[in-house]
Design a protein around this ligand. Structure first.
Ligand code: FMN
Ligand code: SF4
Length: 536
């Protein structure tokens, strides 16, 4: 595939569309709300009404407002309909041809939920058919790979990523350019690129949506990384609970190979790169990089001590670059538009945008992408529309490794450092809104139960400590605990944090510590008071 062929394909594709396009969300959220039948009904209506030359029904990825699905968008007008039923199909087709009104409710596209978004990772989401590489190519897909492979040296690609200021979106926020430079410098004939699509945080669905809505973007990011670090093989690790993401990634890999943008001699250059999918069984700990690599190698997915880091000795002891799905999804636009462009978005230390899955007690739930530094209040109250009948009590970020930010601190900008200062973390992007009726000790107990269940048991502090902390939290919730129990819980938090082998145990106390920091009164109110006169 030459660049001229890529551009010709893109041009053909753009011209080939009908004047009117009905985009129907076929990501997991809308599919679970009967979106598949809506799509079928729309296709059938267009066929039976003989409108195939005029109206096109395109299955697309996530249209963002997941809580209101199934969603359908009619273009070029850009009208979006929510909670669409198969029975609405005929009226939507009529409305698309300006021959009447649709029976489904129209979505206000001027709502901050949409207008506050800055789609970079999600720029194609809801617009292209994720199962057609031609759609991706028409949206400038694989142009970043082209520029990398034919116009830049591997070192220049690493430099572009470094200039962008991109930091890992998998949780820790490690500078991506620095990680790539480290792996690139490692000696070794075989190196690997691994995409972490394990996404185990409760309430998080950003990575699933990216893989389902724009799988080629992830593959392109991986291929650019392969060129930059000198790897010829990549693996995408996806949990088995994401079957749609798995099938779309597999389809995308086949199409990319046929097109010549994956495989051997990409764009006629000496660069070879192939990608395979590996499926995880859904253990949360398998998202931890050393456990994930053990799992890919066919061993039990348990973490090991670092060093050596994957960059030095990863898959089959070879230097390995491991990045998150969203991290890779940022790479193509960075290569197309330049690292400096990306670095102009966001804050001083947190560049670009971040995708969040906004859930919990909030009016508008779904997937949003905002510039780093956007105040949490803007996200929750303006975009999310606040709590339906009441007010926000706290917002949980970062999943089981994160913490709860109380309502009076919602003006905090969302960036890596600010959230850590508040005792939480950005994490991978789950954002759960809690209302005044939420019992914060229950919240801490929920996350502790999750960590206890997901602990792999390899090291004692985490294996036994999470059980002990869960028991103490249960005693508190049941009003059976005393001051001494609470003090023991606090002591255990510090011990488990300091002595656990991997991030799961090291961060398991976070939800307890952050709820204690802001809501200690709630813990104390649940404690059993000594009976007056007892023991005298
Ligand atoms: C218990 C645990 C679970 C993790 N789960 C994920 C995950 O699901 N996805 C992910 O990208 N990173 C996860 N991580 C972080 C990875 O170990 C690793 O840091 C990340 O994939 C690196 O990519 P990045 O630099 O692009 O963020 C997890 C870490 C721990 C300790
Ligand atoms: S900290 Fe927990 S999950 Fe991590 S190795 Fe130890 S027991 Fe396993």
């Amino acid at each position: 595939m030459e660049r001229a062929e890529l551009l010709a394909l893109a041009a053909r594709e753009k011209e080939g569309h009908r004047p009117c396009r009905i985009r129907c969300c076929m990501a997991a959220g809308c599919l679970s709300a009967n979106g598949g039948d809506v799509h079928k009904a729309l296709v059938k209506t267009v066929q039976t009404d003989g409108l195939k030359d005029e109206v096109e029904v395109t299955p697309v990825g996530c249209l963002s407002w997941c809580g209101a699905g199934p969603l359908v968008q009619v273009d070029p007008a850009g009208t979006m309909y929510r909670n669409v039923k198969p029975d609405d199909a005929a009226s939507i087709v009529r409305a698309a041809r300006a021959e009447g009104a649709a029976t489904a409710a129209e979505v206000d596209r001027k709502h901050p939920f949409f207008t506050r978004q800055l789609p970079i990772v999600l720029e194609n989401s809801g617009l292209i058919n994720p199962e057609r590489v031609e759609d991706y190519v028409a949206a400038e897909g694989y142009q970043g790979l082209f520029r990398a492979v034919l116009e830049l040296t591997p070192a220049e690609v690493v430099q572009e990523v470094t200039t962008s200021g991109l930091r890992g979106r998998g949780g820790a926020g490690y500078p991506t350019g620095l990680k790539w430079a480290t792996v690139a410098k490692m000696p070794g004939a075989s190196k690997y690129v691994v995409c972490n699509g394990d996404e185990g945080d409760p309430g998080a669905f950003m990575d699933r949506s990216v893989m389902e809505s724009d799988p080629h973007r992830v593959l392109e990011g991986m291929a650019i990384a392969g060129y930059a670090i000198g790897a010829a093989q990549g693996f995408v690790y996806v949990r088995a609970e994401y079957p749609l993401a798995v099938s779309r990634l597999r389809k995308a890999i086949d199409q990319a190979k046929k097109l010549g943008v994956l495989g051997t001699q990409i764009f006629g250059s000496p660069f070879d790169f192939r990608v395979d999918v590996r499926i995880g069984a859904g253990a949360f700990v398998c998202g931890e990089e050393t456990a994930l690599m053990a799992s890919i190698e066919g061993r039990r997915g348990t973490p090991r001590p670092r060093p050596p880091y994957p960059a030095e000795a990863g898959l089959w002891a070879a230097p390995t670059l491991i990045n998150n799905v969203e991290t890779f999804a940022n790479i193509s636009p960075i290569l197309r538009r330049g690292g400096a462009w990306y670095a102009s978005i966001g804050t001083e230390k947190s560049k670009g945008t971040k995708v969040f899955s906004l859930t919990g007690k909030v009016r508008n739930t779904g997937l949003i992408e905002v510039p780093m530094g956007t105040p949490m209040r803007t996200i929750v109250e303006e975009m999310g529309g606040g709590v339906p009948d009441g007010t926000v009590k706290a917002v949980q970020t970062g999943g089981p490794s994160g913490g709860c930010v109380p309502a009076d601190l919602l003006d905090t900008p969302v960036d890596y450092e600010s959230l850590v200062k508040l005792g939480s973390i950005m994490g991978s992007g789950g954002m759960i809104v809690m209302d005044q009726g939420t019992n914060m000790v229950e919240v801490a107990r929920f996350f502790m139960e999750f960590c206890m269940d997901e602990s792999c048991g390899k090291c004692t502090p985490c294996r036994a400590g999470t059980v002990q902390m869960y028991r103490l939290l249960t005693r508190i919730v049941n009003r059976q605990a005393t001051d001494a129990d609470l003090n023991q819980l606090i002591g255990l938090c510090n011990m488990v944090r300091e002595t656990s082998l991997c991030g799961l145990g090291q961060t398991a106390p976070n939800p307890v510590q952050s709820t204690l920091r802001y809501f200690e009164k709630e813990y104390r109110e649940l404690l059993r008071r000594p009976v007056a006169g007892a023991g005298g």
